[in-house]
Every structure is written in C-alpha cells, then in structure tokens.
Ligand binder design. Structure first.
Ligand code: SF4
Length: 482
C-alpha cells in the first residue's frame, strides 16, 4: 500500500521563536552555554534547527521524534531556515521525481553553507540516494534513512565535532526501532504512535521495503506504556502507525494486533483509537471483532486495494486476490458498528487493460468506499515494476484517474447524504471564523463543519454531539446538539 497517508502532506514543522543563526561546529558543541568556560566574555552560540517534512503520517511522526531528540541534545527549533544553523529535510520518495525535487531544494540552500549553516537529508530519499547526495550536494553534512534515526545523537555529536560527511544508512539488517521518550508532538489532543517500522511485502511498485528496512515491531508493553503516558498528559485520541500494522508481532509474544488495539482502547482517558495502514492479506477478522467490542476504537478501516483486478494484483505482487479482499470487506460490513471503509488505488499500472480498469470501477460500486486515494502509476527506483514496460501513456492514465474520481465522487455524494438527520459525536479540531463554523471529525474520520449554539467556540480536543443537516461529497454540515 502507499504509506499511511490519507493524502500526501508537506508540513513545515517549526514551532518556537526566532534565534540568531550561528556557526555549527566545535564552537557550538555541548549545547547552549557549553563554550562559556573557554571564553568567559563570549556569548555562547545557541544550537538552532529548522525541519521540513514531506510525505506520509509515518514521516510526520518521525519528525516529531527527531524534533524531540534534537531538543534533548540542546537544540532549539526555529521557524525558518534563515534563523537556523542546522536545516533538516525529512524526505519522501513515494512519488515521481522526488529525488530531483530534493536536489533542487537543496540547491537553494547552497549559499548558506559559507555562512556556517549545516544540512541534513533524512527519510526515504536519503536512504535511496545514499552517499550520492554528498557527490551532488557536497555541502550536505548528514544523510540518514529512518532506520538509523536511533543513532541521531551520535551523528549530531560528530557534526558538532566538525565532521564533514556523516551517514546513517542502515539497510534491511537492523532489528531495532526508533523509540524515544522525547517525542515532540505537534497536536496536544491527537497523537501518533509507531507500532511497527519497515515492510517485508515488496509490492512491485513500492520503494518502502528498500528505504525503511525490514519489519520491526515494538513491544506491546512499550506501546501501551506510551499511550498511557499520552492519556495522562491529556491526549484523548491516538493513531497507531505502521506501513502494515496488521503484520504487527509483539516481540514479547503477549499481544496480537487486535489485542493491542483493545488494550489501548481500554485505557482511562482515551476516547478514540485509529490505525493505519492495513494490508488486506494480513487483515484478520478479530480486528473487526475488537472494533465491535471496544467503543473507543473508531468506526473506520483503511484497507488499500490498489486494483479491482486479480490479474493486476498478481502483477503488483500484492499477495491477495479480489475474492480474499472481498471476504475482508464482508467481515467489515457485517460488523454491528457502521464501519467506514476507505482505500488506495493505483491506475495505469504496467499492463492494466481497459477490462482490468473496468473491474476497479466495479469494485468501487460494490464496496461503496467513503474515500479513495487514487494515484497514477509512476515508476520508482529499485522496484521490480521498473523492469516492466510502462505501457500506458500519461494521457490515458489521467483519463482513467479522472473517470475513477468522478465515479467515486458520486458514491461519496450518496454516502455522505445518508448521514443527514443523524446525531454523531464530533471531535473539535479548529474553527473557520469567517464562516462562524467549528471544524471537527467523526469517528468514521469524516470532516464535520458545524455551528455551535454558544457565544464561544468549543475548545479543540473537546467532543460534542452534532446533528447532521447537510452534506457534500467530502464533508458533512451540522449543528451542535445541546
Ligand atoms: S511494499 Fe509494503 S509499504 Fe509498500 S505498498 Fe506494499 S505493503 Fe505497503
């Protein structure tokens, strides 16, 4: 599947205030104040950083952990690259031309090197391109894939000691996960927890197994412990993350994925638990059963299908057929709770005929998804699909994508309209002050814009019953119920 996404995001994650940029190097070693002993008159150079994050929720959460790690090493986050003396790019390579975009962006910052700024390229493009990044952009100091983030403190120490090129490029050998108690979450109510890193599936089109390493699960006790600490500090919603959460294996052998979901859902203070992404081959019936049993588990399963044609699924090396996928859909639809189903689809995979594509359209009709994240196939480096002739031209891919999105839009128009008249619990996320509306999200992960019959907007993180009065293909409209 595409990495857990719900849409690609570009998040410039910078929280705190401005700070003078300073030279990275021996003078700044040891954090703020460390050089005072050497020169009592000198003002210590503060270590500041700016980070930009591209890609999926896994990357967004990795950046939260990287930020916490940097802060623990004495760095302070600033709002722009101009103010920072260390600039980090957490990159994504899931889409076409990602590498070129990264090099193009790095080129913008070449001029800052002489001023003492240093650069780190993190994430999937870093792992994929490796030391070639130093060849094309010699002013980059750190190149690190996500499987090496646990070594960040050591890499930072080497950077501060003046080392020019530092690599963290663990391939599929590592067994370790990146766990830190210093995660700096950007939202005070909803937070991610990674439960499994890497992927062993090797779908024909996907770079993830090569960039994120092999599957490594965290222990159930460490995941539950982190969720408990989050609940104690005010978090009410957690989202469990992994490239394939369904292949979670507790290294202590205590909890299956479904049991882990149940254990977190039963923690005091937790009101909502989500998880992403699932793989149809590993999706088991007990996941539906635990959603039925534990009220805090959300009414939503994202089950990426990629194609409605078993022939295409085989070419994609997805390890399931349409029949077995539909069996899982039947489990979900037979739940007592109204579980919303969403999916990912690739159009124009090499060899996809009009008949194969027609089967994908038929699947939309059959499942009645609440959302579809659809993309045109684009060849990615190092993947088996790269050797397959990319036989469908871009115009035809665009036409298929358009047809698919139009069909899905009509399905969603009906699905969303079916909620009119219902009262649902909505978690408040923000406000649209111009429209005087509160923006929130339902358990099914649907956006709900509603008016609150009170002078003051309800606080983000609160939960309100909302009566649905209108709908669009991607959102609901309602009024808070007293
Ligand atoms: S290889 Fe792994 S991450 Fe990539 S699509 Fe397949 S299951 Fe998902």
């Amino acid at each position: 599947m595409a990495p857990p996404c719900g849409g690609i995001l570009k998040a410039a994650m910078a929280l705190s205030g401005a700070q003078t940029a300073g030279e990275m190097g021996p003078s700044s070693r040891g954090g703020s104040g460390s050089s005072a002993g050497k020169n009592p008159g000198a003002r210590p150079v503060e270590k500041t950083f700016y980070i930009e994050t591209f890609g999926c929720q896994m990357n967004a959460h990795d950046s939260e952990k990287v930020i916490g790690t940097l802060e623990h090493q004495g760095y302070r986050q600033v709002q722009s690259e101009m103010e920072a003396n260390l600039i980090l790019y957490n990159t994504c390579s899931i889409r076409d031309k990602a590498e070129q975009k990264v090099f193009h962006r790095l080129n913008d910052f070449k001029k800052y090197y002489a001023a003492g700024k240093r650069f780190a390229v993190l994430g999937c493009v870093a792992q994929q391109e490796g030391e070639r990044i130093f060849e094309r952009a010699p002013y980059v100091s750190i190149v690190s894939g996500s499987a090496s983030y646990r070594k960040l403190p050591e890499m930072l120490r080497r950077l501060e000691a003046g080392e020019r090129h530092i690599t963290g490029l663990d391939d599929r050998q590592t067994e370790e996960t990146f766990e830190t108690e210093f995660t700096r979450r950007s939202n005070p109510h909803r937070g991610y927890i990674t439960i499994i890193e890497g992927c062993d599936k090797f779908c024909a089109y996907c770079v993830v197994p090569y960039t994120r390493g092999k599957e490594r699960s965290r222990t159930g006790s460490s995941v539950v412990g982190e969720a408990r600490r989050m609940a104690a500090s005010g978090y009410t919603e957690v989202q469990l993350l992994g490239q394939n959460v369904n292949s979670y294996r507790d290294p202590e052998g205590k909890l299956s994925f479904a049991e882990l979901l149940g254990a977190i859902g039963e923690l005091d203070g937790i009101r909502r638990v989500r998880f992403t992404t699932s793989h149809p081959r590993d999706f088991t019936r007990d996941i539906v059963e635990v959603i039925d049993r534990v009220e805090t588990l959300c009414d939503h399963v994202h089950l990426p299908v990629q194609s409605g044609s078993s022939r295409m699924l085989q070419a994609m090396q997805r390890e399931y057929t349409m029949e077995s996928y539909l069996e899982r859909i039947a489990w979900i639809k037979s739940a007592r709770r109204p579980i919303s189903i969403t999916t990912d689809i690739i159009v124009g995979f090499p060899g996809e005929t009009e008949t194969d594509f027609g089967q994908t359209l038929d699947l939309l009709q059959r499942v009645q998804y609440d959302a579809v994240f659809a993309f045109k196939y684009s060849p990615r480096p190092n993947t088996p699909a790269l050797a397959m002739p990319d036989s469908i031209d871009d115009e035809e891919k665009s036409r298929r994508l358009q047809r698919l999105l139009e069909k899905q839009r009509e399905i969603q128009r009906t699905n969303y309209a079916n909620h009119i008249g219902q009262v649902m619990e909505v978690a408040v996320e923000g406000f649209n002050t111009q429209r005087g509306q509160v923006i929130g999200r339902s358990s099914q992960n649907k956006t709900v814009n509603f008016s609150a019959r009170q002078a003051i907007f309800p606080a983000p993180g609160s939960y309100l019953p909302v009566q649905i009065t209108n709908s669009f293909p991607n959102s609901l409209v309602g009024e808070a119920v007293q």
